[in-house]
Design a protein around this ligand. Structure first.
Ligand SMILES: [Zn+2]
Length: 65
């Protein structure tokens, strides 16, 4: 069984929420307002990842679709 979301509106909404403000790394304190979140979905959830350009820490936000 598969389902379709009929577009990327949920993706776009969540991405806009994340991209709308600078990301602050809690490890090194770097403020990164230029990086992009990389989206991946399993079907039920979507994950946004980004790596701190300064210390390499990976940050993940996970949402239910
Ligand atoms: Zn960092």
């Amino acid at each position: 069984m598969s389902s379709s979301y009929g577009g990327t509106s949920a993706f776009d909404r969540l991405r806009a929420r994340l991209d709308g403000r600078p990301h602050v790394c809690e490890e090194c304190g770097r403020v990164d307002d230029e990086g992009e979140w990389e989206a991946a979905t399993t079907g039920a959830t979507v994950e946004y990842r980004r790596e701190c350009p300064s210390c390499g820490t990976e940050h993940v936000h996970r949402y239910r679709l």
